[in-house]
Design a protein around this ligand. Structure first.
Ligand SMILES: [Zn+2]
Length: 320
């Protein structure tokens, strides 16, 4: 009797999506930890980092706290391979707002409990009355002093909105950083990255006297030729890697190490890297044009091309 297996494609698509639950749980966990730390800091030093503003209008403190709280969504996505979709981002926004108000509510419960204990009777104030009062009481600390200015009144709401925006956007930092990573749809995992080569795409920088128009033209011509040559090298590499041939890449690796100091000093170079799926070895050749030095570095995307899975396996066997 012959063994039979069903290989019919599932009517629900190639593979079912992974559950988002672990991502959400981890995000809520880092949120709880982050806000507990804020609370602890506030209690022990009277410094509320959530109300720390840079240049009076940029809610830096809320942004940092939001980033810490939202880091769990990013970590969870990375390790489970659950892709950060637009709907997941929306969910993170909703959860950040919910967590923010939950923290406000817990603070409210704490404060009325404190007041009840010190006054010996319960205080009759609803959460929204408390929230409204606390918002209107916002004031900035005076420079070089422990004194505070006058309460802002309704202007406090503008800062409340800034604080919430800072907290929400902070929460999106980690998930958004993951969205830019390559992803294997089939295996539902993030791809790994490996630097391949740094191609020289210009001649070295040289000083030319301002009046030397001929020298300038010659230099520009050399730059142009070097750049075109690099693009030709890139195109031939793309073709061979798509066809699963590694020889060309091996040659380049010998001449153009990705860590070469000399090449990285050139005015223009092309950085090539491999993004590959650790499960099915699907590969992508990523090409970026890099120019400038230090904090003046500019990167231009030169596009991705396929890197045959067979070649990825062969490559990783040699380049562990
Ligand atoms: Zn894969």
């Amino acid at each position: 009797m012959e063994h039979m297996i069903s290989e019919a494609p599932s009517p629900f698509g190639p593979s079912r999506s992974k559950s988002r639950l672990p991502v959400l749980i981890l995000g809520l966990l880092t949120s709880a930890l982050g806000l507990t730390a804020v609370w602890w800091l506030g209690q022990s030093t009277e410094f509320n980092i959530m109300l720390f503003y840079y240049a009076y209008v940029f809610p830096l403190g809320a942004l940092i706290v939001g980033a810490v709280c939202g880091s769990g969504y990013g970590i969870g996505s990375y390790f489970t391979g659950v892709r950060i979709s637009k709907s997941l981002l929306l969910l993170v926004v909703i959860l950040q707002i919910t967590v923010y108000f939950l923290a406000q509510y817990l603070e409210y419960l704490y404060i009325i409990e404190q007041a009840r204990q010190s006054q010996g009777r319960s205080i009759d104030i609803a959460f929204f009355e408390y929230f409204d009062y606390a918002t209107r009481q916002f004031s900035f600390q005076k420079e070089h002093s422990n004194d505070y200015g006058d309460p802002m009144g309704s202007w406090g709401y503008a800062f409340r909105v800034l604080e919430i925006l800072g907290f929400v956007f902070g929460g999106l930092i980690a998930p958004l950083a993951l969205r830019s990573k390559s992803y294997c749809d089939q295996c539902q995992v993030y791809m790994k990255k490996k630097k391949l080569v740094l191609l020289p795409a210009s001649v070295p920088f040289r000083k030319i006297k301002r009046k030397d128009t001929e020298g300038k033209q010659a230099y520009e011509k050399e730059m142009q030729t070097a750049f075109e040559h690099a693009l030709e090298q890139l195109e031939s590499l793309r073709a061979s890697l798509e066809a699963g041939k590694l020889a060309g890449l091996m040659d380049f690796q010998k001449q153009y190490s990705p860590d070469s100091k000399a090449i990285s000093k050139l005015p223009v170079r092309i950085a090539l890297s491999l993004d590959y799926c650790p499960i099915c070895s699907k590969g992508i050749l990523v090409a970026k044009q890099v120019s400038g030095q230090g904090n003046q570095v500019k990167t231009i995307d030169l596009g991705n091309s396929p890197f045959a899975a067979s070649a990825v396996k062969e490559f990783l066997a040699v380049n562990k």
